[in-house]
Write a protein that binds this ligand. Structure first.
Ligand SMILES: C[S@@+](CC[C@H](N)C(=O)[O-])C[C@H]1O[C@@H](n2cnc3c(N)ncnc32)[C@H](O)[C@@H]1O
Length: 290
């Protein structure tokens, strides 16, 4: 099986990536006897879940909550937040919206279907719009608070176009002009997706640095050393390429780009025989703009 080239992926992204198919495949969990889902009770231990992927989602929720909470506690308001390449996944931005000092959240993506998906949530409400995935249930399960969907709706004012792979940085200039510098930028499983080599990856990290105010926080979740993944399980032949990022390289890149590393969390897969992705695990970094 071959992996698409970066251009093949980028030019045909919309024909493979379906927001709710992605959410249902990656964000819904099953237990080992396939009996409880899509969000099995936390009292069901991680080792009773039936895949590395399901455990990775729990790591993503726990780790992002820890870093977002730590970074926002005591941070001077008003806090403007940017999430880079949100896709259809607003969970951690819903969590972020619950903090009083957060005044405004910008989500972003290069894919129109993803931007429209998030706009449907912010403009009318999850259930009323044809989006099927139940974000209230998700927020209740992940953060113990279904009201976060409402606070996200109030604080997410914009879903911006941004193309990380564009040499001129399409979209970044508009983000720069959109208001005061951001106090928090987050990005989850996305920069190694939207860039085509380590140099272009580093360029995006530098852009994030310049969008932040001094002392601002950057919270970055990446897959470790992944070369391919599929947009959902029904398309095992559509292998999307990733820029392969190691822990050592990523920390060096952040330091070269003007960040100090505050916290590093790692999540390793016991073994990964998945036909859907070949990552070694996940890396989550909370860094501060110097
Ligand atoms: C693996 S998904 C991650 C989505 C979400 N952040 C999450 O945590 O699940 C990768 C996302 O990157 C977006 N993307 C891919 N290439 C991009 C590019 N060149 N510029 C901006 N976003 C891009 C896709 O549309 C998709 O939403």
């Amino acid at each position: 099986m071959t992996t698409l080239s970066f251009e093949e992926k980028k030019n045909n992204y919309g024909s493979h990536f379906e927001p709710e198919a992605y959410l249902n495949f990656y964000y819904c969990q099953k237990t080992s006897n396939n009996q409880e889902g899509p969000f099995p009770s936390w009292s069901i231990g991680d080792r009773e879940l039936n895949s590395e992927l399901a455990r990775a989602i729990r790591f993503k929720i726990r780790g992002m909550k820890f870093c977002i909470h730590s970074a926002l506690t005591g941070m001077q308001s008003p806090v403007r937040v940017l999430d880079l390449a949100t896709g259809p996944v607003c969970g951690n931005m819903m969590y972020t919206s619950g903090f009083d000092n957060v005044s405004e959240i910008l989500c972003s993506d290069f894919l129109e279907t993803n931007r429209r998906y998030v706009e449907k949530i912010t403009s009318q409400g999850t259930q009323a719009t044809g989006n099927v995935f139940d974000w209230k249930k998700w927020c209740q399960w992940a953060y113990g608070n279904s009201d976060l969907v409402e606070s996200f709706r109030k604080k997410c004012k914009q879903v911006s176009y941004v193309d990380m792979s564009d040499k001129k940085g399409k979209g970044f200039e508009q983000l720069e002009k959109s208001g005061k510098p951001f106090a928090l930028i987050t990005s989850e499983w996305a920069i190694c997706e939207g860039t085509f080599d380590l140099a272009s990856y580093e360029e995006v990290i530098r852009k994030c640095n310049s969008l932040l105010r001094k002392g601002g926080a950057f919270i970055l979740l990446e897959v470790l050393e992944e070369t391919f993944w599929v947009p959902d399980g029904s398309k095992p032949d559509v292998r999307y390429p990733r820029v392969k990022v190691s822990q050592e390289w990523l920390l060096g890149c952040l330091k070269r780009s003007g960040f100090a590393i505050d916290v590093l969390l790692l999540h390793y897969y016991d073994s990964n025989n998945s036909p859907y992705f070949d990552a070694k695990g996940n890396i989550l970094v909370w860094a501060t703009k110097l």
